[in-house]
Ligand binder design. Structure first.
Ligand code: ADP
Ligand code: MG
Length: 596
């Protein structure tokens, strides 16, 4: 007796539904994508009880005639592709012809649809995959799909649903993706009879983000520009350095208009942000990749969430480059912000750099040792300009920013004043950033100056640590750490980078190794390259709470503002925080005081 049997159509649909319809948010996704493909300009979404009891999506798209409406519920019925050849270059969101029959097979389903010029529309009611009613319907042109009691006929699936709140949140996330992906379409979202948001059609992504997330986020975003590679176009907005989240919820990536999760792009984002991102944090991105549809395969997974790139390396590099450029470009804005309040009088004669007045609050001046102003010793080194430079240029270069230092709090936070108000600089984080960039630059130029120890020291490590040091020996040496093997699991260290001021090189090395070990456990071993080691070395090179002299503080700030990424330390923590005058006014109740 034959044991192989063809599955009845309904069962086959339910099997397919297992992949396409995981949870209410997948229903929302498929329905909205259909509306987008239908050319909708306005999409209304209503859900009840986390979408489990009801999902309704209404669009003003092209609608369907009765034959098409019936066909749309057949498996593998689609208007979007015709042949296998079309699969190679998909430009619509849907193409599998699976969503509607799958959803209809696991719910109580109602479709009403009408073409713009049709006298009457069509209403179809399906229960658990069985068409029960087909009749004329009187809705407005467009399509309306209602999905009730999801998985009512598949109790096993229903059990896997999470709480209504969680399912609601998933739906909301899906709506954010769709709203950001299609700014020109108006969206309204009602949850349990409460209007959650109503988005008018937006002229561009910028406006859509503002409507959805508010101005505060928008102000902290930087624009992305094309990667320079003609085949891969990148646009969108990303969070500036220091803006991050604990989850991926705001890491949005679109490939040819489709929201996707792509390990290739994610890796590119991480690499692009690099030190601008705190460990374990996720960036905020609204990133749009556009490339030849033929070089992307979206037919990887039934939910079409994953994509495969024909040239993943090129895509990753394009992402890395455009993120880096955006982050570094964002620096200009900060420099602008860090200009001091307008104190200089235009009529004042040009000021010699060495003697320019620095406004120091008396308390601070007393507390720190102020070297004589005429011939300060703190300005030697690369910043000193040849005397032949014309006076004006001299000032420009010597004082890239004007800032007014107020003082130092708790031996750690530098207080500064700028046009916007108060700026707090974490001395420690700033120092790390400066050292790191310097170390990186020197390494590229093949030469970190190192300083011989008075006495070479030997030390032992556990076999595992020893192996790690062995493997990374050449990198350490490149960083100016004079280390070499000295017997099994024993090492000799005879010099350290010149910038490093430690009296105990052995415990310094031990701390660096420990730190790097914990890093390699938590993040992928891949990231433990030169940069990671450099970051760690810098962290341990900086000593906390070193009281700095005034000129040192000033130099620190200047060096910091000269960095590529001045506003966060190599580990992604902020180096400076701005507290605006407006915020202060609010805190002191001045605003309302003026009004009343
Ligand atoms: P796919 O989107 O992969 O083609 P679906 O099962 O999602 O498959 O939809 C089947 C077909 O039904 C679509 O190809 C489209 O022609 C039609 N359709 C679905 N939803 C709509 C809609 N909201 N407006 C107009 N046509 C629709
Ligand atoms: Mg579809």
């Amino acid at each position: 007796m034959s044991r192989i049997r063809l599955l009845p159509e309904i069962v086959a649909s339910q099997v397919a539904a297992g992949e396409v319809v995981e949870r209410p948010a997948s229903v929302v996704k498929e329905l909205i994508e259909n509306s987008v493909d239908a050319g909708a300009r306005k999409i209304d979404i209503l859900i009840r009880r986390g979408g489990i009891s009801l999902v309704r999506v209404i669009d003003d798209g092209c609608g369907m005639d009765r034959d098409d409406a019936l066909l749309s519920l057949e498996r593998h019925a689609t208007s979007k592709i015709r042949s296998a050849a079309d699969l190679h270059a998909i430009s619509t969101l849907g193409f599998r012809g699976e969503a509607l029959p799958s959803i209809a097979s696991v719910s109580r389903f109602r479709l009403t649809t009408r073409e713009a010029d049709a006298v009457a529309g069509t209403e179809i009611i399906v229960n658990g995959g069985k068409i029960d009613i087909v009749r004329d319907g009187g809705e407005a042109p467009g399509t309306q799909v209602e999905v009730r009691s999801l998985f009512y006929n598949l109790p096993a699936r229903r059990k896997f649903l999470r709480s209504e709140n969680t399912e609601s949140r998933n739906i909301e996330h899906q709506l954010h993706l769709q709203a950001i992906g299609h700014p020109q379409i108006a969206f309204a979202f009602v949850r349990d009879d409460r209007l959650v948001f109503q988005l008018p059609p937006a002229a561009n992504l910028h406006d859509r983000i503002r409507d959805l997330h508010g101005n505060e986020l928008l102000e902290r975003l930087l624009p992305l520009t094309g990667a320079g590679l003609d085949k891969i176009d990148i646009s969108g907005l990303i969070g500036q350095a220091g803006v991050s989240r604990q989850t991926r919820a705001q890491q949005l990536v679109f490939v040819n208009g489709r929201a996707v999760e792509s390990p290739v792009v994610t890796a590119g984002l991480r690499e692009g942000y690099h030190t601008a991102l705190m460990r374990g944090q996720f960036p905020v991105t609204f990133l749009f990749l556009n490339l030849d549809p033929a070089s992307v395969d979206v037919n990887v997974h039934p939910a079409k969430r994953e994509v495969r790139f024909r040239d993943p390396t090129a895509v990753r590099e394009a992402v890395v480059n455009s993120i880096r450029r955006a982050l570094e470009g964002g620096r200009g804005d900060w420099r602008e912000k860090f200009r001091a309040p307008n104190v200089s009088q235009p009529s004042a004669p040009p000021i010699e750099p060495e003697t320019r007045p620095i406004e120091v609050q008396p308390a601070f001046a007393q507390q720190i040792e102020m070297p004589p102003r005429v011939a300060p010793s703190g300005f030697e080194g690369p910043r000193k300009l040849p005397d032949t430079a014309p006076a004006e240029e001299k000032i420009d270069k010597e004082i890239p920013q004007q800032f007014q230092i107020i003082g130092v709090l708790n031996k750690l936070y530098v207080l500064m004043e700028n046009a916007d108000g108060l700026v707090l600089v974490d001395q420690h984080a700033a120092h790390e950033r400066i050292l790191f960039e310097e170390l990186r630059r020197r390494m590229e130029e093949q030469g970190v100056p190192s300083q011989k120890l008075l006495l070479p020291q030997t030390f032992d490590l556990s076999p595992r640590d020893a192996e790690w040091v062995e493997r990374n020996m050449s990198i350490l040496q490149k960083m100016g750490i004079g280390i070499e093997g000295f017997g099994p699991n024993t090492f000799k260290i005879d010099s350290l980078p010149a910038f490093l001021k430690t009296s105990d090189p052995v415990s310094f090395m031990q701390r660096v190794v420990d730190d790097l070990k914990s890093a390699s456990n938590s993040s992928s071993a891949l990231r433990l390259g030169e940069e990671m080691i450099a970051k760690t070395v810098c962290r341990h090179a900086v000593k906390a709470n070193d009281p700095l002299r005034y000129l040192e503080v000033e130099k620190l700030i200047q060096d910091l503002l000269g960095c590529d990424l001045p506003y966060c330390c190599p580990h992604g923590r902020p180096t400076m925080i701005q507290i605006s005058l407006a915020e202060l006014e609010k805190k002191f109740g001045r605003r309302s005081a003026i009004q009343t």
